[in-house]
Ligand binder design. Structure first.
Ligand code: PXP
Length: 239
């Protein structure tokens, strides 16, 4: 099975917004990402629009060839926006105003009615929709009951353990068991959050994970390793 890579470009917008101007441009980066072989672009339209803005989504969606995975909170305004732009994929995520990033999976038990209704709407519109959940058997079972065809496992905990050189085996086995169960009941499984090269290598051993969605590390590495090319360009101009 060919593993798919989705690249989250939220932090290209974070950099752009730091100056309030137009550079770097998420659309240009999205095209580069796809040209390099990635399968999709992820953007999270947050309530506070701290990185990706509505205009970014409009521009990205205007190019019908870009496979967009839109992350949104389970909120009726966001559902309306999603239906307006009809991205290829949607991922429902929890959202808290003062969190730095998406800190955990959805609380399916608490929000089951709301999430079911949203899933029904997107299923009717043939938009592949995944639920961002913690690696928990209960949440996987509930995802299926609510009508989801896809889940994305939050890999924040294992990613931190790996980065901090802690023992990650227990968490790895938990994720592996969850993935296997999810596949058995007919769900497609994705993974995302906090991944770097090492985490991805380790999680890629779980063969049934079909898609990895990675953001912050890719943008960070692009700065670290892309800077040399840009500095050389300036030296060429100056000397
Ligand atoms: N998947 C989902 C559902 C996310 O919300 C995010 C961003 O929080 C990611 C993947 C990517 O996480 P990161 O930027 O840590 O790679």
């Amino acid at each position: 099975m060919k593993k798919r890579l989705g690249v989250n470009i939220d932090h290209v917008a974070t950099l752009r917004n730091a100056r309030g101007e137009k550079h770097p441009d998420p659309y240009t980066v999205a095209l580069e990402v796809l040209k390099s072989g990635a399968d999709s672009i992820t953007v999270h339209l947050r309530e506070d629009r701290r990185h990706i803005k509505d205009i970014d989504l409009k521009i990205l969606s205007s190019n019908k060839i870009i496979p967009i995975n839109l992350e949104i909170a389970s909120d009726s305004t966001m559902v309306k926006i999603a239906l307006k732009y009809k991205p290829s994929f949607i991922c429902l995520v929890p959202e808290k105003r003062d969190e730095i990033t998406t800190e955990g999976g959805l609380n399916l038990k608490k929000n089951r009615n709301k999430i079911k209704k949203i899933l029904d709407v997107f299923n009717r519109n043939n938009i592949r929709t995944s639920l961002f959940i913690n690696p928990s058997m209960q949440d996987i079972k509930l995802s299926k009951i609510l009508g989801s065809k896809c889940i994305e496992i939050h890999t924040g905990k294992i990613s931190n353990q790996i980065k901090q050189n802690k023992n990650y085996l227990k968490e790895f086995n938990k994720i592996k068991k969850c993935v296997s169960y999810a596949k058995n009941i007919g769900l497609e499984v994705h993974a995302g959050h906090g991944m770097d090269y090492k985490t991805t290598k380790i999680l890629n051993k779980i063969k049934q994970i079909e898609e990895f969605n990675i953001g912050h590390f890719i943008i960070g590495e692009s700065v670290s390793h892309g800077i040399s090319k840009v500095v050389k360009k300036f030296i060429n101009i100056l000397r």
